[in-house]
Design a protein around this ligand. Sequence first.
Ligand SMILES: Cc1cc2nc3c(=O)[nH]c(=O)nc-3n(C[C@H](O)[C@H](O)[C@H](O)COP(=O)(O)OP(=O)(O)OC[C@H]3O[C@@H](n4cnc5c(N)ncnc54)[C@H](O)[C@@H]3O)c2cc1C
Ligand code: SF4
Length: 437
Amino acid sequence: MDIKTASISVMRKQLGIMDAIKESERCLLCKDAPCSKNCPAGTDPGKFIRQIRFENFKGAARTIRNNNILGTICAYTCPVEKLCAKDCCAQGLDRPIDISGLQRFACDYGKTHSLEAFEKVSGNLGKVAVIGAGPAGLSCAAELAKSGVSVVIFEQAAEAGGVASWGIPRFRLPDDAITNDLKNLTDLGVTIKYNSIIASPNEAAHLLKQGYDAVFISIGLTEPYKLPILDGYSNVIDYINFLRQAKTAAKLNLNNKNVIVIGGGSVAVDTACTAVNLGAKKVTMLALEGLAELPADEEEKAIARQMHVIVKPNSKLVAAVVEKDHVTFIKGTEIEWVVPGNFHPDNAKPIAGTEFSMQADYIVQAIGTRPSSEIAKIASTLQTKGKGTIVVNNDFATNIPGIFAGGDVVNGGATIVQALGEGKKAAQSICSFIRGK
Ligand SMILES: Cc1cc2nc3c(=O)[nH]c(=O)nc-3n(C[C@H](O)[C@H](O)[C@H](O)COP(=O)(O)OP(=O)(O)OC[C@H]3O[C@@H](n4cnc5c(N)ncnc54)[C@H](O)[C@@H]3O)c2cc1C
Ligand code: SF4
């Protein structure tokens, strides 16, 4: 964690042993624990909180890891207020149990107290290729390996973790949380082939011909949307390139710059806070939505406030003032929604007399992403829909026998835990498919 973020009080807190026991003692030990019912990845807070309460810390770590291969990452990033903690609130407590804090405590305890490694299962249930080492691919691979399937993951990047590795800023998710979880995959004997992009014509079908019994596609969303008004200028960047550079390039320095982030969602907030950390003088998020409508989570909005990110709500970009190859000012107008509650750009109506202009040194576009338009290269007859997401049935099977898919490339962009859950379910379907062959 760096200097600017170290003092932010809304960051998820690290619990020591005494804090963890005290917090677990607030738990009502509900029968049929509601917190355990809706986790897409099958994490069981009711069970691991009980184990912490009775000081079985390693048991708690084991419970989490056995259900959720990326338990540490989820402890840092899960939107708990919409999932397990939401159901906990309904139990009459004045505030929900700090489930993510307890999960992190247990995972950290497991790491520092040498929780026994997963044992490689020496089964012989075929061979599966997984394309993409993000949360969906990693969880699918882990479940398959636990069932005795030999798994090879093809990952285009030099590291595994998907968005968790290249995108989520370190002040929210430290590198060692990712390393801790990835070790589980190594212990299970999963092979990851890095710098291996699957993109030549019909490569998934070739993998099947090469002896893989099934293929799981989990390539996430890779093409950021861009506004034509801003496209091609030297000081305009999309959030994928920006966040990736912020994590890897030593020279990305925004000292004394006026940064404008276009967008009002969680990704825009991560982008804006990262710009603050890189030394920006002023960071403004330009959002179509009103303050109460911003799609970012409350926790993220609180971090943005503490980092002095300015939000210009109900505002739409209409033009760019350009000098040579870079944008010097943006021009915008305030808007109102034609149909209230429909937050689509086409539904935004400019309000006359509210035009404004803002000086810009650096602009990041964070207005969403879609799957790769080159998805057909992976499998030419793969059925897609809408913005290019892959169509699957309830078993995560695509229209091509033997090819399965899950995660963001199927659901259009959700959460880490959702991608994990889909990877797990797909693994069960893949095992049934192989057994039926
Ligand atoms: C900035 C940001 C912050 C976020 N914060 C949170 C958060 O706090 N909490 C949360 O729950 N969710 C968060 N999300 C959403 C979450 O990260 C995603 O829903 C999740 O990562 C999706 O997992 P996935 O495995 O489907 O895809 P990804 O994580 O995108 O992984 C896909 C992988 O496939 C690889 N790949 C792509 N194409 C190919 C190819 N042709 N060949 C080989 N490999 C390929 C990619 O390199 C990548 O490693 C955030 C998203 C962003 C962008
Ligand atoms: S719902 Fe809340 S109080 Fe009930 S078992 Fe889960 S964490 Fe404990």
